[in-house]
Ligand binder design. Structure first.
Ligand code: TYD
Ligand code: MG
Length: 457
């Protein structure tokens, strides 16, 4: 018998290489090539299957003659989810939702399915749980008497056949990694299967106008497993964040063809499922009765709402090769800030371990966090707390300059509303009119910020 032909497929980008390599030649990721069975070349039937649902040629039109119609959105009934989706679900839209196991993806989607089932036919395809398990969850969520149609199925062709019969307007596939197609030889969850199934379901969604949500698992590295390729196929990518030990969950839009990205929805996990938090600005603060060293409150702006997040730093005597660890913040950025602190403010941490953490499992990617991180580090290094009611934000450059953050006024107003009284902010963010209850210290340079807080501490 002829030996079966194998190829090596990258688990990051799905690129194919005939032999094993340490580095993927397509996306340059290391150690991502896995041996997979080679798919037979696309035969006539397969090509027909691939192009089914696509019309022949579409007419060509001048752009200015096309009417810029906004897409109609149907609210899901969960306000915070609608916020990240850009107002609600769009007919034919495909949403990929990723997150760690147990973070609440199935819970959130079952709640959305139930709410939508009151106005349209909906279908929940579960490949991970049995119908009975879904029913148990629904009971727990208080959704008895729910009209959601449920199918426990993992074969793509059967799912598509069911969709033809049920004609849902909203369909959830939980999860895309469990689904496999008969057309391919590779195992469920492999890059080839996930990509092919997602592409197929997307074509069905576009052809039938059924809004489709694909649930995706997350790898150890935090990418939606397999396949970054999925992110190109779908219209919207949502990401569940948060510490499974705390009750707050964030849903973030990473990509959205129908709305703004970087919008976040905030939920609290209760014993009756996920509840939207409409005023989340103060949930990422820990409650110290008195200020403690190594803590600085940052006003960050996520999407349209300012959030106050406590940044904690611990600087402690390290060994011969001191560690720099960060949770919720970028580690490279931390190394850079430590260099700036040393060079421009004369505070060295070269023989110390430095740990920083954003409270509550929130992930902060905006550079406006820099100043708060620096001030938390210097506070821990000196063992002295920042004053009570203190907030900071601003980007720090390599030359030691403090650069303005977008929409500084809004951040300051939110802080004042929550009772904060002292702010250190970039000079360009200083408001023209004073904000009631808030003393604002504008700074231009890192050394200026450090000597200023020293005089306050
Ligand atoms: P789940 O939605 O199953 O997560 P995922 O689909 O992302 O893997 O999340 C379930 C977790 O949430 C589980 O640890 C139990 C908890 N939970 C509640 O706290 N309250 C509830 O009402 C429900 C349904 C689940
Ligand atoms: Mg689940």
């Amino acid at each position: 018998m002829a030996k079966e032909k194998t190829v090596y497929t990258c688990s990051e980008c799905g690129g194919i290489s005939p032999k094993w390599l340490g580095k993927c030649p397509h996306c340059n990721a290391w150690n991502t090539l896995e041996e997979t069975r080679a798919e037979p070349a696309a035969g006539k039937n397969r090509m027909q299957a691939l192009t089914r649902g696509l019309n022949a040629a579409q007419p060509v039109t001048t752009l200015s003659h096309i009417e810029a119609a906004d897409v109609a959105r149907t609210p899901t009934g969960l306000e915070e989810l609608d916020r990240v989706l850009g107002g609600g679900i769009v007919s034919g839209g495909v949403v990929l939702i990723g997150g760690d196991p147990g973070i609440g993806k199935s819970t959130l989607l079952l709640q959305a399915l139930d709410a939508l089932s009151r106005q349209m036919p909906v279908l929940y395809v579960t490949g991970e749980e049995s119908g009975a398990q879904v029913a148990m969850r629904a009971h727990r969520l208080g959704l008895d008497g729910s009209q959601v149609r449920v199918q426990a199925e993992i074969q793509l062709e059967n799912i598509i056949a069911t969709m033809e019969v049920e004609k849902p307007s909203f369909c959830v596939i939980d999860s895309i990694q469990t689904i496999y197609s008969d057309q391919l030889n590779s195992a469920p969850g492999s890059v080839a299967q996930v990509r092919e199934c997602a592409a197929h379901l997307t074509r069905v969604a576009k052809a039938t106008g059924c809004t489709t949500v694909l649930v995706g698992h997350v790898t150890k590295e935090g990418a939606i497993a397999g396949p970054r390729v999925l992110e190109h196929i779908v219209d919207t990518v949502l990401y569940f964040e948060g510490d499974t030990h705390s009750s707050f969950r964030l849903v973030r839009a990473i990509k959205n063809r129908f709305g703004a990205v970087n919008e976040i929805g905030v939920f609290a996990m209760t014993d009756k499922g996920l509840k939207g938090v409409t005023n989340p600005s103060a949930i990422f603060l820990s409650t110290h009765s008195e200020p403690v060293p190594g803590s600085c409150v940052l006003v960050t702006l996520e999407g349209t709402r300012p959030l106050l997040v406590e940044i904690q730093a611990l600087v402690d005597a390290g060994g011969p090769s001191p560690r720099r660890l960060s949770v919720g913040l970028e580690r490279d950025r931390l190394a850079m800030l430590l260099a700036v602190l040393h060079r421009h403010a004369g505070m060295a941490c070269s023989d110390q371990d430095v740990f920083v953490n954003a409270v509550g499992g929130v992930r902060i990617s905006e550079p406006a966090a820099d100043l708060a991180v620096l001030l938390a580090i210097q506070s821990s290094l000196r063992g002295k707390p920042l004053p009570k009611g203190f907030i900071a934000f601003g980007e720090v450059g390599l030359a030691g300059e403090v650069r303005p953050a977008p929409r500084g006024q809004e951040r300051l107003k939110e802080a004042a509303k929550l009772g904060f009284s002292i702010a250190v902010v970039p000079k360009a963010n200083a408001p023209k009119k004073p904000i009631e209850g808030l003393t604002i210290h504008p700074v231009e340079r890192v050394e200026e910020a450090i000597s200023l807080v020293r005089s306050l501490m």
